[in-house]
Every structure is written in structure tokens, then in C-alpha cells.
Design a binder for this molecule. Structure first.
Ligand code: SF4
Ligand code: SF4
Length: 367
């Protein structure tokens, strides 16, 4: 089994200790090179939404997102002189030159992206208008993969441990997001401390005007007010921030993260434990909110925790699953199935159905 931190950018692999060193199930369902969410590659059923399986577009896959990159990751991309990193570097240079969303702390997405993203419906994975500017259509991959952000490092469309796997990656994202905020600030404290003088959130967000809607950069005076002596040398500041962060060790990072870091690690440790567990709860019931889709070959696809995956079983299995009503232990229900129907569901199938939250513990919150 890989370690949790193997999935993260190299910078974090040396900085983050336990529980990021825990071995976790490999996310083999998210087969990005042959994307599991494309209709032509889909080997498992995708949970239908409103009766229709919602596949992704081949020219976007799940990259219908625009990350917010902390200054030191922007610097890492700009400093990466490997030939395979050249395309990502070129795209980041263009984003920095555009001055749109370009601040000393972050390279933000344009605010117009949030307007579109927040107002869209079922567009994730299905809209070119939302496609990430770092997505390389020719290769179907990410041009800044080695230095991607907390969201992109922890997103998988399907999870080996189902709902518990998703929860684990969400906990990693929480921790990494905290790391991003604090390391970006730590770097600025050394490189451009005046940028930290204004408390976050003091300036009320202004409405998006016509120039911004059309992709224009902020007025020169506004840009200079934000960047001060670094105006015109934005890329250099980002590189300096990366150099500062590269010199930070695991122990210093722990001190920077403080109590919030301790709590985030603790939550992650618990999530890892759940994702690694192969134990079944003693009592289970078929979730009334689970989707049931009968397939042309007579099999049945059952969807639970996610709209991106489902479990396919022979059609006869459905008649066995409805006997799980939560009023008896799993062992007792299976004994009844064997006695009355001469049939059973094996441990691995039950575990997968539980991980997918098709079977749930009685009293679980309704979806
Ligand atoms: S994580 Fe994204 S690219 Fe990878 S298989 Fe899933 S949808 Fe496709
Ligand atoms: S940064 Fe990379 S992984 Fe993230 S959305 Fe963009 S192309 Fe996809």
C-alpha cells in the first residue's frame, strides 16, 4: 500500500510527518490516464442522476476547476526548469503577466470564474467554460501536476474505501489548506512583510465591473498599491517565497501550524483509521436513499455516497439486500438468507456496499 503523502507534491512529502506517512489503500479506481468518468473507459457504473449517468467530457475530465495557488507553489513552478515542466511554467508566466487575481500571497482564479462556477448546475466535469487554464488538452493531463494545490492533490472521482476514503482525502485537504495559508504568510513575512499589514477581510469585496468581466487587469494604481516595491517583479517575489519555504523543516512547520495543525492531524488520523478498516458494523440496513438502476444485462447498479460511482451486482442480489432492514445483526440476516433462500452475500460484497453507503448503520443521517 502507498503512503498517504505519496499522492502529494514532493515539497510536502518531506515536510509532513505522521499521519501522512500512514499506508492507505491505493486509489486504483481513479484511472486518470484512461479516465474512469468517460463513457468510453467506464468499467464500473456511474451513479445515475435524475435517471441518467453523468459522464465527464474527454476534453475536461474533472479539471473544470481553477485552483488558488499559494505564492510558494507559484514560485516552485517558475523555478522548475525540467523540460517536462516547461508548459506549466509558460502558463503560469502568462497568468502572472495578466495581473488578474495576482497578489503577493496567492495567484487567485479570476473572480469571473467563481461567478460561473457558483451559478452553474451539474457542470463539474462537463463544461469547457470551467476548464482549468493549466489543463493540457493534448496530453489530457495537468501541466503543473508536480506543484498542484490542496484541492487538486486530494480529489479523486472514486475511492478505494468509498465514503471513508473520501472523508480521509477531505481531511488531508483541510490540513494542506492550512499549510498553504500559513506557509504563504510565513514566506511573505520574510520577503514582503508590508503585504501582511492589512488584516484579511478588512476590504469589502467590490462588485465585479464590466472591465473585470471582460478579463481586464486591475488599474495600474491598484496593482501598485498591492505590490508596492515588488510591482513589475511579481515572478521574482514568487520565486523568493518558494526559496523561503524550501528552507523550512518539518519541526518548524509544526510550530507554524500550532494548535490548528494538531487538531487537523488528529482528525486526519481518525479518518485514516476508518479508511483502512475492513470491519463491518454489526447491524446494517439498505439505505432508502440509495439509487437502484437496472441495467440491460439484468444486473443492478446501486449508488450511495457519491454520484461518481456505483456497485454493480447480479440482479438477484437486490432481493437479498432488501432483507437488510436494520432490525437484526448482519450475521442473523445472513443466516436467514441461507435458511430461507439458500443464498448469501459474501463479506467482500457487504464491505463494498457498506463503503459505498448503500448499506448503512441504522440511525445514520438521511441523505
Ligand atoms: S480523478 Fe479525474 S482524471 Fe482521474 S479518473 Fe477521476 S475524473 Fe478522470
Ligand atoms: S491544476 Fe491541474 S489537476 Fe488542478 S484542475 Fe488544473 S489541470 Fe486539473
Amino acid at each position: 500500500m502507498p503512503e498517504l503523502r505519496d499522492a502529494l507534491p514532493a515539497l510536502y512529502r518531506v515536510l509532513l510527518g505522521p499521519p501522512l506517512d500512514a499506508e492507505v489503500p491505493a486509489e486504483t479506481k481513479a484511472t486518470c490516464a484512461r479516465c474512469a468518468m468517460l463513457e468510453e473507459h467506464c468499467e464500473r457504473p456511474v451513479r445515475p442522476v435524475d435517471g441518467v449517468p453523468r459522464f465527464f467530457r474527454p476534453d475536461t475530465k474533472c479539471c473544470t476547476f481553477h485552483p488558488r495557488l499559494p505564492n510558494y507553489l507559484v514560485g516552485a513552478i517558475l523555478a522548475d526548469d525540467r523540460p517536462e515542466a516547461a508548459e506549466g511554467r509558460r502558463r503560469i508566466e502568462a497568468r502572472v503577466a495578466s495581473r488578474v487575481g495576482v497578489t503577493p500571497e496567492w495567484l487567485h482564479p479570476p473572480r469571473t470564474f467563481h461567478l460561473l462556477y457558483d451559478a452553474s448546475h451539474r457542470a463539474f466535469g462537463r463544461s469547457r467554460a470551467l476548464r482549468c487554464p493549466y489543463y493540457a488538452e493534448e496530453s489530457g493531463g495537468c501541466s503543473i501536476w508536480a506543484h498542484r494545490d490542496a484541492v487538486c492533490s486530494t480529489w479523486f472521482c472514486q475511492h478505494a474505501s468509498g465514503a471513508d476514503g473520501r472523508r480521509m482525502w477531505m481531511a488531508v485537504k483541510e490540513l494542506l489548506s492550512l499549510v498553504e495559508v500559513q506557509l504563504a504568510r510565513r514566506a511573505l513575512l520574510e520577503v514582503f512583510p508590508a503585504a501582511l499589514d492589512e488584516p484579511p477581510g478588512r476590504r469589502a469585496p467590490s462588485p465585479v465591473g464590466p472591465e473585470e468581466l471582460d478579463g481586464a487587469p486591475p488599474p495600474e494604481a491598484e496593482h501598485r498599491a498591492v505590490w508596492g516595491p515588488w510591482a513589475g517583479r511579481e515572478a521574482e517575489l514568487y520565486r523568493r517565497c518558494h526559496a523561503v519555504v524550501s528552507g523550512i523543516g518539518a519541526r518548524e512547520l509544526e510550530a507554524i501550524l500550532g494548535l490548528d495543525g494538531t487538531i487537523a492531524r488528529r482528525q486526519l488520523a481518525r479518518a485514516v483509521e476508518a479508511a483502512r478498516s475492513t470491519a463491518l458494523p454489526p447491524v446494517l440496513k439498505l439505505d432508502p436513499g440509495a439509487t437502484v438502476q437496472w441495467l440491460p444485462d439484468g444486473s443492478v447498479a446501486l449508488g450511495g455516497y457519491s454520484e461518481h460511482e456505483a456497485v454493480a451486482l447480479p440482479g438477484e442480489a437486490h432481493a437479498l439486500l432488501v432483507r437488510f432492514t436494520g432490525d437484526a445483526t448482519v450475521a442473523a440476516v445472513r443466516a436467514r438468507l441461507r435458511a430461507e433462500l439458500h443464498a448469501d452475500l459474501d463479506d467482500a460484497v457487504l464491505l463494498e456496499l457498506y463503503r459505498q453507503r448503500v448499506l448503512v448503520e441504522p440511525g445514520s443521517p438521511a441523505r
